[in-house]
Design a protein around this ligand. Structure first.
Ligand SMILES: [Zn+2]
Length: 148
């Protein structure tokens, strides 16, 4: 997925938790769903080192060490897992259990840059966020625009 699809997918996964956690934690976690694609910037092999559960746990531990908040670290971990799950729906195979298993998976449902699907997932995520947060949609768009 592209970054809009990932934001939408993270919103879908995390919005039902809004009444359980601090809204700031949820928004930080949603933004952190983009972190695995840092491999594109670093040019270290797309979906090789940053698209697996090990990377998720390492980032979660780092977030815990920096913030001293178990729940923020947990939400960031969930958000990175959401990224991995969303990318598993696309064409390019990768190993989500690396380094424990090098077996690569892909459900090959659509291309990661499919505009219609990424837009639809973003809109679904926004609708989910609006439903669970009871915040006006324009206010949500302003908050998300600051994250993207
Ligand atoms: Zn990715």
């Amino acid at each position: 997925m592209n970054r809009f699809g990932h934001i939408g997918f993270a919103l879908l996964v995390l919005s039902p938790l809004i009444d359980k956690f601090d809204l700031g934690y949820i928004l930080i976690a949603v933004a952190s769903t983009l972190f695995p694609d840092i491999d594109l910037l670093l040019k270290i092999g797309h979906r090789k080192y940053t698209h697996n559960i090990t990377f998720g746990f390492l980032v979660g531990i780092l977030v815990f060490m920096l913030s001293k908040s178990f729940w923020l670290a947990f939400l960031v971990l969930m958000s990175i897992f959401a990224h991995i799950l969303a990318d598993l729906l696309t064409i390019q195979k990768f190993a989500p259990l690396y380094p424990f298993s090098k077996k690569k998976y892909a459900l090959k449902l659509f291309k990661s840059n499919n505009t219609a699907i990424n837009t639809a997932v973003l809109l679904l995520g926004l609708a989910s966020f609006a439903y669970f947060s009871n915040i006006d949609l324009p206010e949500i768009l302003i908050k998300l625009a600051k994250l993207i």
